[in-house]
Write a new protein. Structure first.
Length: 226
C-alpha cells in the first residue's frame, strides 16, 4: 500500500500518533495536520497524492465541518470524520456535506484500520469495463457517472449506492441490505440516511432518476423501462 497516502487531521498529538502507528504498520503513507488551517494547507500542497482524509470534527481555529466544506469545493477525495459526538442529526448533516464515513471516539484502532481498508478497496479497485444502464454510464475505474454522455458529480457514498443499485438491477433491496453492503458495516443510525442519499441521486440523474423505484415497505429497486 506504499502508493496510498492518508492525511490525518486531529488536534490531539497522541491521537495522531496512535492512528499513524496503526496505519503505517499496514504500509500507508501518512501526512499529519494539527488543526483545520494546517489541514487545508497540507491538502493544497499534496492534493494530487492524498487518497483519503481522516478528519476530526472538534478542532481549534477551524473545525472539521469548515475543512470539509472547503475541500468538497474542489475534491471528491474520500473523507472519514472522527467525532466524539454520537448525535444522529450530526451524522445526517455530515452526509449532506459529503462525508463518506463516520467513526465515533473512542474507537478501536483495528476497527479504524478495517474501515480505512474497506474504503480504499472500494475506491481504488481494479479496472472494470464501463457499463450503460438506460443512458446512465458508469466508469468503475474512474468512478465517474454520465447521464446521456454528460458527467454528473456524485460523492463517494452516492456513487457506491448508485453502483450497488445498478449492479442489482431489477432486484428489490431492503434498506438493511443496502446499509450492510454500501456502508460495509452494521450501521445503527436511521434509515433516513439512505432516503436522503437516494433523493440527492435522483435529483442529479434528472429524468433518469425515475429508474430508482421506491418499494413500499421494503426499500429500493433499480429498473430501466423503455
Amino acid at each position: 500500500m506504499n502508493d496510498i497516502t492518508i492525511l490525518v487531521v486531529d488536534d490531539e498529538s497522541r491521537m495522531r500518533k496512535l492512528i499513524k502507528d496503526f496505519l503505517s504498520n499496514k504500509g500507508y503513507n501518512i501526512l499529519e495536520a494539527e488543526n483545520g488551517e494546517v489541514a487545508l494547507q497540507v491538502f493544497e500542497d499534496s492534493k494530487d497524492k492524498i487518497n483519503l482524509i481522516l478528519l476530526d470534527v472538534m478542532m481549534p481555529k477551524l473545525d472539521g465541518w469548515s475543512v470539509l466544506r472547503q475541500i468538497r469545493q474542489t475534491s471528491k477525495v474520500p473523507i472519514i470524520m472522527l467525532t466524539a459526538r454520537g448525535e444522529e442529526q450530526d451524522e445526517l448533516f455530515g452526509f449532506e456535506l459529503g462525508v463518506d464515513e463516520y467513526i465515533s471516539k473512542p474507537f478501536s484502532p483495528k476497527i479504524l484500520v478495517a474501515r480505512v481498508e474497506a474504503i480504499i478497496k472500494r475506491v481504488y479497485a481494479q479496472k472494470q469495463e464501463n457499463k450503460d444502464y438506460g443512458g446512465i454510464t458508469i466508469d468503475a475505474e474512474g468512478r465517474t457517472v454520465k447521464v446521456d454522455g454528460k458527467p454528473i458529480e456524485l460523492s463517494l457514498r452516492e456513487y457506491e449506492l448508485l453502483k450497488y443499485l445498478v449492479d442489482n438491477e431489477n432486484i428489490a433491496l431492503s434498506r438493511d441490505k443496502i446499509l450492510n453492503n454500501v456502508w460495509n458495516y452494521d450501521y445503527y443510525g436511521d434509515s433516513r440516511t439512505i432516503d436522503s442519499h437516494i433523493k440527492k441521486i435522483r435529483h442529479k440523474l434528472g429524468k433518469k432518476g425515475k429508474y430508482i423505484k421506491t418499494m413500499r415497505g421494503v426499500g429500493y429497486k433499480f429498473e430501466v423501462k423503455n
